[in-house]
Design a protein around this ligand. Structure first.
Ligand code: TEU
Length: 616
């Protein structure tokens, strides 16, 4: 085993040494034009600010911690960071319940810290995206406090209020309340995605308010122009300070059907025992597209002729199909988002529902068809795929070979290869680059995410994928904090899974990710070439070729990935992609045996191996 590792290291080190960009920090951002804007090539790295780096000993990450780690991010090849919400918040949903859109939560720092972070990021050639929560605010936001105070205040119509319907049982039904005209129950069966009814009673108004998520996250009324203006102003506030754009949280749910009819029930009960409704009247309503278009116009008005400064709308969209996802780009006359997230490839969300991606597996037919859809069914728009975020178990666990966990790291390399070698913009999550795994709490009393507290033991919440970043092998916090009591415990695998140890190991997952990002950035075919699936009926191996863009002097690049625990002999015919030569040399591979590949007509992939080869 030790001998094998050494051989692998040598091979991998040799391959890395051939990549001139590897040892150097990322180059200044490449050119950005109207036809080929910067975000088509971006490596976007999501940071959960509570968990990245603590600099003041609170056991909680902060903005200065992110600033401190910009050099690391640049050396990894990251050119864009998305920071999950850092606005003032009661932190019921860890920042996704915003109580002031124009400030920084003191837990994370000050506005001066934010300005320093933005300036330092520029020095490191890193753009900063913030996370805009448009669907709802915190119930502690001044707007909601005012709106809830009476039926007649100036913000009375800023949220979704309803009298409810008469309760024939006179107070015996669930969620029944005494309103001005007698006992009432919620107007319909709409369920909250975060368990229970979506309607909460407010005694001061004698009315219910609607919340798609927690009851502390009341939905804004987007049919009120004053709401739209307030949220557009909040975005301008940050665009003016120099942020490159926003990840838009949960935007498919901005509008609700005014008929307030019942939704069909799924037939399932949520983890709290409440009947789940199918969100057909509360998600994906057509009006949202008008708002997205207006927003895009506003974004495009910033630095219109300066493409490196073009501002980005990256959307969190959970929709049932690729065809529906395509509508979120808008049309040439009425453009909307530049990058609506494709959750089919990485989270297997087809069929609808924004549920936690738990029972997915490394399933080759699924990967082949969803990657094909992403390349062919988005109307030529730029895709963005994602395998990891703060709402789903980490991909290293979801795609693990449950029969033999010794392949975890190898499979993580395969997933990273997909992330960085298709035409998609790459969206990754802190810790994925070192192979951090999901550390789900084992006792209810340790759970911090409210979904996990109410849903225990059926639904254990999202803490597992939000544990502190693992920086070094030192106990007790892996260099995350000087405070041993961190907000969530540091994963117990930190002695080996950490940035410092993996930086020093040429064969580590971290250096694999660095090498992939460098190839993606520096190889002309990877940067702007075409894409064709190869060997489409092979049940065990996924192969595709990136073909040089017309007029480019790049070579075709083949990517071949073994989805099984057995070695696979592969015979690739490149002619369907218009490539006549079969002669090739390995650019990057994670197994020593693949170093000697000379032809695409026959080679053998070890279990779960990745081969990236340049056709000569
Ligand atoms: O998530 C929206 C979303 O649909 C998630 O509900 C996701 O499916 C779920 O968390 C899986 O368990 C966004 C944020 O990413 C999430 O962290 C917030 O809690 C939510 O919006 C409310 O703002």
């Amino acid at each position: 085993m030790i001998k094998l590792r050494r051989t692998l290291s040598l091979v991998f080190a040799a391959v890395l040494a051939c990549s001139p960009a590897f040892a150097q920090p990322a180059a200044a951002p490449a050119t950005s034009t109207a036809a080929d804007p910067w975000y088509n090539h971006a490596v976007i790295y999501e940071i959960y600010p509570r968990s990245y780096q603590d600099t003041n000993g609170e056991g909680l990450g902060d903005l200065n911690g992110i600033t401190q780690r910009l050099g690391y991010l640049e050396s990894l090849g990251v050119d864009t960071i998305w920071i999950a919400p850092m606005f003032p918040s009661p932190q019921v949903d860890f920042g996704y319940d915003v109580s002031d859109y124009d400030a920084v939560d003191p837990q994370y720092g000050t506005m001066a810290d934010m300005d320093r972070l933005l300036a330092a990021a520029k020095q490191h050639h890193i753009r900063v995206l913030l996370d805009m929560v448009l669907n709802h605010t915190s119930d502690q936001h001044a707007w909601f406090k005012e709106s809830a105070s009476s039926r007649t205040n100036p913000k009375a119509d800023w949220y979704i209020w309803n009298d409810g319907k008469p309760d024939p049982t006179n107070g015996k039904a669930q969620n029944s309340h005494q309103g001005p005209k007698g006992w009432v129950v919620p107007p319909n069966d709409w369920s909250s995605l975060f368990q229970g009814s979506a309607w909460e009673w407010e005694p001061r108004r004698g009315q219910f308010y609607y919340h798609f998520f927690y009851k502390q996250q009341p939905d804004l009324n987007w049919r009120n122009p004053a709401v739209e203006k307030a949220m557009f102003d909040a975005m301008r506030f940050w665009l003016d300070r120099g942020v490159a754009g926003f990840r838009l949280d949960a935007i498919a749910t901005l509008f609700e059907d005014p008929s307030l009819k019942d939704e069909p029930l799924t037939g399932r009960l949520d983890a709290s025992g409440f009947p789940e409704s199918n969100h057909v009247l509360t998600s994906g309503l057509p009006q949202v597209h008008e708002v997205m278009h207006k927003m895009r116009m506003m974004f495009d008005s910033y630095s219109p002729d300066s493409y490196p400064n073009q501002r980005l709308l990256l959307g969190e969209i959970y929709v049932p199909s690729t065809a529906e996802l395509a509508t979120w780009y808008g049309t040439p006359e009425s453009p909307e988002l530049q990058l609506p997230m494709d959750t089919f490839v990485g989270f297997h969300t087809e069929g609808g529902g924004n549920v936690r991606s738990e029972n997915v597996r490394l399933d080759l037919p699924h990967f082949r068809s969803s990657i094909t859809d992403m390349e062919t069914k988005l109307g030529g728009h730029q895709p963005v795929i994602v395998f990891d975020n703060h709402d789903n178990p980490r991909s290293i666990d979801r795609f693990a070979d449950l029969n033999n966990r010794k392949y975890d790291q190898t499979i993580a390399r395969l997933i990273a290869a997909i992330l960085y070698t298709t035409k998609s913009t790459a969206l990754t999550y802190y810790g994925a680059e070192i192979g951090m795994s999901t550390h789900t709490p084992t006792r209810r009393e340790d759970v911090r995410d409210p979904i996990g507290i109410t849903g225990w033991p059926k639904q254990k919440g999202r803490d597992g994928e939000r544990t502190p970043m693992q920086w070094c092998p030192a106990p007790p916090t892996s260099c995350f904090s000087t405070n041993p009591k961190t907000w969530l415990p540091v994963g117990d695998d930190y002695p080996t899974v950490n940035v410092e140890t993996e930086t020093a190991d040429a064969n580590s997952l971290l250096n694999w990710n660095r090498a992939l990002i460098a190839i993606r950035r520096d190889n002309p075919t990877m940067h702007s070439g075409g894409f064709t699936m190869l060997d489409p009926t092979n049940p065990s191996v996924l192969s595709y070729v990136r073909t040089p863009a017309p007029g480019s002097d790049g070579h075709p690049i083949v990517v071949s990935l073994n989805f099984t625990a057995q070695p696979q002999i592969v015979h690739l015919d490149l002619k369907p992609a218009g490539v006549t030569s079969e002669k090739a040399k390995t650019l990057l591979a994670d197994d020593a045996s693949l170093q000697s590949v000379t032809t695409m007509s026959t080679f053998t992939l070890p279990p779960y191996a990745t081969l990236i080869a340049e056709v000569q």
